[in-house]
Design a binder for this molecule. Structure first.
Ligand SMILES: [Zn+2]
Length: 194
């Protein structure tokens, strides 16, 4: 899979124009149909989407193009999971958050636990990216819980990225910079800044 922007037309233009590259070997990706329709649950309601598929012109690997407002293997959009994480950082418990978002409390608890497990590494990752995007940015010292500091790092990164690149939801940025693996079980697959 490859994480891409949410503008379907722009992604299609990049794909057909040979501007998307294979995450495995770096060669040009070509269009390769669409995946099956899947439900994406946003804050404002659900959408059914068919993700674009691509094939590498060199290694023939196929890659689903996953829009950055979603996370790999999660039906709930990045903004929904992000809202849960922000509420947790502000002191809410998983049951209250689940009620507010209209999601099962076991699902919400799963997100919070997974994020908390990776919080220190995520904070470091997002802080490094924020520093690369804007070396003068207002650095925060860790002071809260691991989860709080990591959520704050997403917020800081969001501000820095918007100043540099224009409007983009912070949790889409977080998804983009973790390759969709914000809540991944695999060990640190995130691309570091160069
Ligand atoms: Zn390839």
């Amino acid at each position: 899979m490859l994480i891409v922007g949410t503008d379907v037309t722009a992604v299609e233009t990049d794909l057909t124009g040979g501007r998307l590259t294979c995450p495995t070997c770096g060669s040009v990706l070509r269009p390769w149909g669409h995946g099956i329709a899947r439900e994406v649950r946003l804050l404002a309601g659900s959408e059914r989407r068919r993700f674009r598929r691509s094939i590498c012109s060199c290694c023939a690997g196929t890659h689903v193009l996953v829009p950055e407002d979603t996370l790999v293997r999660r039906r709930d959009a990045a903004e929904v999971i992000g809202a849960a994480l922000v509420a947790k950082a502000k002191g809410s418990g998983h049951r209250r958050i689940a009620l507010a978002l209209g999601r099962p409390s076991s699902t919400v608890r799963g997100w919070l636990r997974r994020f908390a497990t990776m919080a220190v590494a995520l904070r470091e990752h997002f802080t490094r990216w924020a520093t690369v995007i804007d070396p003068t940015h207002d650095r925060r010292s860790p002071g809260g819980s691991g989860l709080f500091d990591a959520v704050e790092a997403v917020g800081v990164l969001g501000v820095v990225a918007v100043r540099r690149f224009g409007p983009r939801p912070p949790w889409s940025m977080a998804s983009f910079l973790t390759g969709g693996h914000l809540l991944s079980n695999t060990s640190s697959p995130w691309v570091p800044p160069v």
